[in-house]
Ligand binder design. Structure first.
Ligand code: C2O
Ligand code: CU
Ligand code: CU
Length: 482
């Protein structure tokens, strides 16, 4: 069969076909991808199962995760080799309460070494799952920690240095929800019913059905097929007037600029590290790789609005902006509201108590310059500790992107507040706890970080660009808390 024929056959079975045919398979084209209005939404949105857990004799909540290889049927014509946790693609949603001790038995059944990093979680550095906690094939790693941070939508993914883009692209990603008594009051909370995880990824498929794993796009691999929780062209049945969406940008390079097909207002209630002090109504919400947001959307009976990603300004030159997906218009998820919706109350006027970080108090200041895959002129070196900070202390980090590519900046083991970006207050929806901040070209973010209380002079945490290929290429540094 000629490649052309096999590609056609492959495409016919899929709702993404029209899209792929229009754009061809040359990615990183200086041509924007537009699927808005063309998607058939033929598939019910998959919901990652909640991970079962048991209570160990010391009271810890015990989860089991096995990283394994498998095969997924995204396209009926050609199965895709994929990796996942406790299954072929993605992983179950872990869920635990603040105050609980958590233990996760991670087994590596993959042919390659891997790690499991708890992105956004305050854990001791030795259990952070970074490039220093490699799990060999066949080996087991059992981190444990006590959850002491606000309710939030966190996630987990591999962090093998130089291999993160590849392992995440194969499918290793899952959500970790932290619950807390109190602030959830009045918010939708029924997992999979009116409290919906949305794990956003994009993928490019090769002719044989496998994921494309490399590309020449400057910000990393961009795909022309969107996956939400592993579903292509999904729809979600809505049965309540209000639905909470826990959105995770788990793409390795794509920035999403979320909005609805009817430009409706939706409400941001939380970001990376937890709930905002008060709900913030918006029409657009931009999330770069690694960032999360919780939003609440209200629906009317019978309507079918579509969640989309709309063109956005990444701060790069016109052609680079296009090659990084900045001009793409994408249909993501169709909501199908039932003929009768269960009533839902409006949102509470206040949500969480504002992040307890004294923003006025002077703090130690450090500067980080991101340019050409370097941070402060250095590439990542696993044996070099770049910064030493005091455990539990607060510092201000000035992070400047002086490159001609967009980047972002993620700090392990901690949450921070954005003080300002180029001297301007963050938009209110980005005024709460964050662990990843988007840095358009030539932007400087001042962030105030509350460091992990766990001291460890030898095992470092990392900070890096979460356009994950850039981290693989060395745009990453290490710090210890002492
Ligand atoms: Cu989400 Cu260092 O990672
Ligand atoms: Cu992280
Ligand atoms: Cu980058």
């Amino acid at each position: 069969m000629s490649p052309l024929v096999s590609r056609r056959t492959f495409l016919l079975g899929t709702g993404a076909g029209a899209t792929l045919m229009l754009t061809g398979c040359t990615l990183g084209n200086a041509e924007a991808l537009s699927t808005a209005g063309t998607v058939d939404f033929a598939n019910a949105l998959g919901i990652p199962p909640l991970a079962p857990s048991t209570i160990a004799s010391d009271g810890a909540r015990l989860f089991q995760l096995t990283a394994e290889a498998g095969s997924s049927l995204f396209h009926p014509a050609a199965p895709t080799p994929t990796w996942g946790y406790n299954g072929a693609f993605l992983g179950p949603t872990l869920r635990a309460r603040r105050g609980e001790k958590v233990r996760v038995a991670v087994h590596n059944a993959l042919p390659d070494p891997t790690t499991v990093h708890w992105h956004g979680m305050q854990v001791p550095a030795a259990y952070d799952g970074s490039a220093h906690q490699v799990i060999a094939p066949g080996a087991e790693w059992i981190p444990e920690w006590t959850i002491d941070q606000p309710a939030a939508t966190l996630w987990y993914h591999p962090h093998v240095h130089g291999k993160s883009e590849e392992q995440m692209t194969r499918g290793l990603t899952g959500m970790f929800i932290v619950d807390e008594e109190g602030p959830d009051q009045g918010l939708p909370t029924e997992y999979g019913v009116d409290d919906i995880p949305l794990i956003l990824q994009d993928r490019a498929f090769a002719d044989d059905g496998s994921f494309q794993l490399t590309s020449d796009t400057p910000t990393g691999l961009l795909g022309d097929t969107m996956l939400i929780n592993g579903s292509i062209n999904p729809y979600l049945l809505v049965r309540t007037e209000a639905v909470r969406l826990r959105i995770l940008n788990a793409a390795t390079a794509r920035v999403f600029n979320f909005g609805f097909s009817d430009d409706r207002t939706f409400t941001v209630i939380g970001t990376d590290g937890g709930l905002l002090p008060a709900p913030v109504p918006v029409e657009r919400l931009m999330l770069s790789p690694g960032e999360r947001a919780e939003i609440v959307v209200r629906f009317k009976a019978g309507e079918r609005p579509v969640l989309q990603s709309l063109p956005q300004e990444l701060g790069m030159s016109g052609e680079l902006n296009i090659r990084a997906g900045g001009n793409d218009s994408l249909d993501l998820l169709q909501f199908r509201a039932a003929a009768k919706l269960a009533t839902a109350p409006g949102l509470p006027a206040s949500l969480a108590t504002p992040a307890s970080l004294d923003l006025e108090e002077p703090a130690l200041i450090r500067g980080f310059i991101l340019k050409d895959m370097y941070i402060n002129g250095k590439l990542m070196d696993m044996s070099r500790i770049d910064e030493t900070v005091g455990a539990g202390t607060v510092e201000t980090w000035n992070v400047s992107n002086t490159d001609n590519l967009a980047h972002n900046f993620h700090v392990h083991g901690a949450q921070f507040r954005i003080l300002d970006i180029d001297g301007i207050d963050p938009q209110p929806e980005f005024g709460g706890w964050k662990d990843t901040v988007f840095l358009p070209v030539r932007a400087t973010a001042r962030i105030r970080i509350k460091f992990s209380p766990y001291a460890d002079p030898t095992t470092p945490y990392m900070y890096h660009c979460h356009f994950i290929r850039h981290a693989d290429m060395g745009m990453m540094g290490q710090f210890t808390t002492v």
